[in-house]
Design a protein around this ligand. Structure first.
Ligand SMILES: [Zn+2]
Length: 500
């Protein structure tokens, strides 16, 4: 056997699948983990990582940050795979082509996009590479019911993307309240037939919008039951808000009855989306107990003073990102609600990472450190460190990450790596080699000091990087080394569903 290229020596190796939690050496040859054991032979790169945790890199199912600058914030938060599965992309071949041509620091992949297919078929808006996606999703033309012919065109486009390897179907359903519930079932049936999951931003809950065409949670559960599709319920925290117990109870019952439903949550109380979104219309804010000052227009940091100002901003820049103060994670009652989503059995940690918005000219995308002025949601830079702090540290004292907290360390890691890998592995074979720290698995590895892990991004300073992740490897290549970004490293590889 060839000697390994890299040995990570004497770390606390945690494998979330086998439950291994012991001091071990880890050997890497090429792109793979080749040995986990004690006293491994020296390697050209032989790193003492004693006192640190060595585990599988984090797999983010929900990343709208798909360019190099934002992805660099992600790797410094322990992410080794970032997938765009909720909004999705179409044609997915273009998304894969462009990402591969430029290179990515993390592994990447895309679902096909129901919203984009719908924009084209129903609103007549051509899908181009520089389309203002959120701005157009805000248009009433997008939100109307589809005719039979339009639905046929949507399904055709989604099917074509699935043939090209799309990792499921992303459905931004909550942005199109006029969509016929039957359309959703047809899309779910297509996913079932193709053997891939769907990823849904749920329609409004009946408690929030009594005249919604169907309750958003019931709709997901019904689609799983009727079509047999795997329905993934995106950011269940931010669409369920104070009705989380009702929604989780419903999901839990459906899961117990055998329906394939999975959930994810992000560890923040504020949301972020285009200010023109249907549910942010001034007259609809009371549905979510919001007032205009609960919105901050991210490009300028302006707190929206009035309904009139909100109308102006929605008209001028419907796709402009806004921070939405849905809940206050520092408030004990709201924090408890948030924890219910995050600690629900097998709920996955996923970020909903947002693109970086630059005022004026977008700087050179390879520039690092990140040039000043970029704005995003802090979840882009801090989700996984924050999840570790909230779920695996003594939340009361804010102490270091360890065995405490509502979930403990191994379970928090399992929800950040193994569970997302398992969710996808039936359709994406490469996922069988990810999310685990075992010989034969891909060398997507994160090494961190539990005492030092912390998110630093805030709503005011949203691009501050997390601390404590000392080394991050993607396919056997260091993208973070000794706590610093390796700016030349773009080892990310495409992940696709296998053709059927
Ligand atoms: Zn969403």
């Amino acid at each position: 056997m060839n000697s390994p290229d890299i040995v990570l020596r004497g770390g606390r190796v945690i494998d979330p699948e086998t439950g291994l939690d012991e001091v071990r050496d880890v050997a890497i040859t090429g792109q793979q983990i080749t040995a986990v054991g004690n006293g491994l032979l020296p390697a050209p790169v032989d790193l003492d990582v004693s006192g640190q945790v060595v585990t599988a890199g984090f797999i983010d199912l929900h990343s709208h940050t798909n360019e190099i600058p934002g992805l660099r914030l992600r790797v410094l938060d322990g992410v080794t795979t970032a997938l765009e599965l909720e909004a999705g992309a179409t044609p997915v071949e273009h998304a894969y082509r462009d990402a591969a041509a430029e290179g990515r620091p993390v592994n990447f992949g895309f679902a096909t996009s129901w919203a984009l297919a719908r924009l084209e078929a129903v609103a007549g808006i051509a899908v181009t590479d520089n389309l203002d996606f959120l701005g157009n999703v805000a248009s009433p033309a997008f939100q109307q019911p589809a005719s039979a012919a339009q639905l046929g065109a949507i399904l055709d486009r989604l099917a074509a993307d699935l043939s090209a390897g799309a990792i499921g179907i992303g459905l931004l359903l909550g942005y199109s309240p006029g969509t016929d519930p039957d359309e959703y079932l047809r899309v779910a049936a297509l996913a079932a037939q193709a053997g891939v999951p769907t990823f849904t931003h749920a329609r409004d809950l009946a408690e929030l919008v009594p005249d919604t065409l169907i309750d958003g949670a019931e709709e997901i559960v019904r689609a799983a039951g009727q079509t047999g599709a795997h329905m993934h319920y995106c950011h269940i925290n931010s669409t369920s808000l104070r009705h989380i117990d009702r929604v989780l109870e419903l999901v839990g019952r459906a899961q117990a009855a055998g329906s394939r439903i999975s959930t994810e949550a992000y560890p923040y109380g504020c949301g972020m989306t285009g200010i023109g979104a249907a549910f942010l219309a001034p007259e609809r804010l009371p549905e979510r107990e919001l007032t205009p000052p609960d919105l901050t227009y991210a490009p300028t940091g302006e707190r929206v003073a009035s309904a009139e100002r909100l109308r102006e901003l929605r008209a001028a820049d419907p796709g402009g990102l806004a921070i939405i103060r849905l809940m206050d994670e520092d408030d004990p009652a709201d924090r408890a609600l948030l924890l219910r989503s995050l600690t629900f059995p097998d709920a996955i940690v996923a970020s909903d990472a947002m693109p970086l918005t630059w005022p004026g000219r977008v700087p050179d995308r390879m520039a690092w450190p990140l040039p000043a002025g970029a704005v995003t949601h802090p979840r882009t830079a801090g989700t996984f460190a924050r999840a570790l702090r909230m779920l695996a540290s003594d939340a009361g004292s804010g102490g270091p990450v360890g065995e405490y907290g509502p979930l403990g360390l191994t379970e928090t890691l399992r929800r950040s790596s193994l569970l997302p890998a398992r969710l996808l592995q039936a359709s994406v074979p490469a996922m069988r080699r990810k999310g685990r720290l075992q010989p034969g698995c891909d060398a997507d590895i994160v090494i961190f000091d539990p005492a030092a892990v912390a998110d630093r991004a805030t709503y005011a300073q949203s691009t501050r990087t997390s601390t404590g992740f000392s080394h991050v490897l993607v396919n056997g290549t260091f993208v973070v080394r000794d706590g610093g970004l390796v700016t030349s490293a773009l080892p990310g590889q495409p992940l696709r569903a296998r053709p059927r």
